[in-house]
Each structure stands twice: as structure tokens, then as C-alpha cells.
Write a protein of this length. Structure first.
Length: 298
């Protein structure tokens, strides 16, 4: 039963999966070291204005008005013909009022839908809390997987999760897409999704190991388990991706970057769960008895 409907052997092709992952991750790592992330006002401090104009206006018109206040370098995101999201250096209350009044008078009226100001101290606290959340989540997952399965599977799962985080942050760094507090929430969501898929696969591997045939190799059991859970993994990720694509197209600018991060991360997550986590665990198991064929042990 374990040999049915398996077009290729995942474990025997594991070096190919590793090479694909490395080719995707390395450009992102180079970008992270060379230009870093485009941190939003949540991290570096600044002001955010969510405006709705009473008539259609062009981005150049808005930038022209901002230029009178030395804000020509502000980030301007447009949603539709009248909705704009402006991110600027930190503005005082008086400066913010003056900017809004100028936009209102010169561009035919404007309604302020949201006005926020974030200081650099809050930004540093967000960065610290983001790293703390990622660290705590990783430790708890290793502990759980070590208790539920075995320690080496926990290490393999964390390596696969690190792959997903590097893919998302690398792409955001390469294209200098703005990173804000919602990005941290997206990363934690990606980790949760990816680890769930990995645990389902590990659980099937354990079931097959308990019912193994005499002399059956561990690599064959892992490969069979991956194929047996393949339909579940693909169907689950597709249902999530359909929703994310709809949100990306119709959700507006305020959640655009978060949805994009989720779209990239969940796609990477299903790949790493299938092509990285179990093969890495297999290689870790091989190190127990190097040079010997690895047979399954319950």
C-alpha cells in the first residue's frame, strides 16, 4: 500500500529541494545585509494620515502640496481615485493640522479617516517584542514536538520555519516593501500554518512506522507518508490562497502588505513542510549511524 501512486521519491530527491531553497533564500539574505528592510513608521517613528478627498486627485498633486512642508519624500499609497494613505516623518500636532488644511483647500476638500503618530521609542519596543515573540514561539514548538514526537523532528521543523521567515523577509527586502507591525502578525501566522502542516506529516510518518514491514527503509516510509498527506496539504493551501488573493485584490491598501506576506509565506510554508522538514529529519536520523542503511524504528 505504501508504494502506490508515488510518481517520484521525495527523500531521494532531497538535495534538489535543498538547492531550490538555497537559491531562493540567498538573494534575500544578501539584500537584508546590503539594504535591510524598509521599516515603516511602526518601527522607526513617524506620522500616518488616511485621507479621503471629495474629488479625484492625482498622486503628483498630493506630493506637490506635501512638498511645501518639506514632505516631498513621504510615502503615498493610493486606493481608488480619492483614498490616500500618507506616511511621513513624525509631525507635531500643529504641522499635521497645517498639512491637512493645505490639502483641503488646494485639492477640493478632504476627510481625515485616520491620523496616527508613532514615536521612535515605541518602534524600538515593537522590534524587541517582535523578536521575543518569534523566539518564544520557536522554543515552545520545539518543546511540543520533542514531547509529541522526538527532538530531531523539532529541530527539522524549526529549520523549515526559518526557511519560511527568510523567504518572506528576503522578498520584502529585495523589493523594499514597507514592513510594519502587521508584518509581524503575518510572520507569526505563517509559522502557525507551516508548523501545523509539518505536524500532520510527522504524525502520518509515526503511524506508518508503527505498521512498518520487516526491513523497510525509513526513507521509503517518509516518502509514502508525504504522498499520503499530499492531497490534504494541497487542498488546504489552495483554500487559504483563494481567500488571500481576493483580499490582496479587494482588501485595500491598509492590509495589502500583510496579505502579500501571508501569500508568500503560506506558499513557502507548504513547500517547506513537504520538501524540507521531513528530508532534514531523515538526514539528522542518518547521522545516528553514518554509513549504514537506515531502517525504520518505531
Amino acid at each position: 500500500m505504501l508504494r502506490e501512486r508515488m510518481p517520484f521519491h521525495f527523500i531521494k530527491l532531497r538535495k534538489i529541494w535543498y538547492i531550490i531553497s538555497i537559491l531562493v533564500i540567498i538573494p534575500g539574505i544578501i539584500s537584508l545585509f546590503s539594504q535591510g528592510l524598509n521599516l515603516g513608521i511602526d518601527f522607526v517613528g513617524g506620522s500616518l494620515l488616511d485621507l479621503k478627498f471629495h474629488q479625484p486627485v492625482a498622486v503628483e498633486q498630493v506630493r506637490g502640496v506635501l512638498g511645501k512642508f518639506g514632505l516631498e519624500g513621504a510615502s503615498i499609497q493610493r486606493s481608488g481615485e480619492t483614498d490616500f494613505l500618507l506616511r511621513t516623518r513624525e509631525l507635531s500636532e500643529d504641522e499635521s493640522v497645517q498639512v491637512i488644511q493645505a490639502l483641503d483647500q488646494e485639492l477640493g476638500g478632504v476627510t481625515v479617516q485616520r491620523s496616527e503618530r508613532v514615536g521612535p521609542m515605541i518602534g524600538r519596543e515593537l522590534i524587541r517584542n517582535a523578536f521575543l515573540a518569534l523566539g518564544v514561539a520557536s522554543i515552545l514548538m520545539v518543546v511540543y514536538i520533542a514531547w509529541r514526537f522526538e527532538f530531531k523532528q523539532g529541530i527539522a521543523a524549526i529549520i523549515a520555519l526559518l526557511h519560511d521567515v527568510l523567504v518572506v523577509t528576503g522578498i520584502f527586502s529585495i523589493f523594499q516593501i514597507e514592513v510594519d507591525s502587521a508584518f509581524v502578525a503575518a510572520i507569526l501566522t505563517i509559522i502557525g500554518y507551516s508548523i501545523n502542516d509539518t505536524i500532520v506529516i510527522f504524525d502520518r510518518i509515526r503511524e506508518n512506522m508503527l505498521n512498518k514491514k520487516k526491513g523497510q527503509l525509513l526513507e521509503d516510509i517518509i516518502n509514502a507518508s508525504l504522498w499520503q498527506t499530499m492531497a490534504r496539504s494541497i487542498n488546504t493551501v489552495l483554500t487559504v490562497l483563494f481567500v488571500l488573493v481576493a483580499l490582496l485584490l479587494l482588501g485595500g491598501t491598509t492590509i495589502h502588505n500583510m496579505v502579500l506576506a501571508l501569500l508568500i509565506g503560506i506558499t513557502s510554508g507548504v513547500y517547506s513542510s513537504i520538501c524540507n522538514a521531513s528530508p532534514i529529519w531523515f538526514d539528522l536520523k542518518r547521522m545516528e549511524n553514518p554509513g549504514k542503511p537506515k531502517t525504520a524504528k518505531a
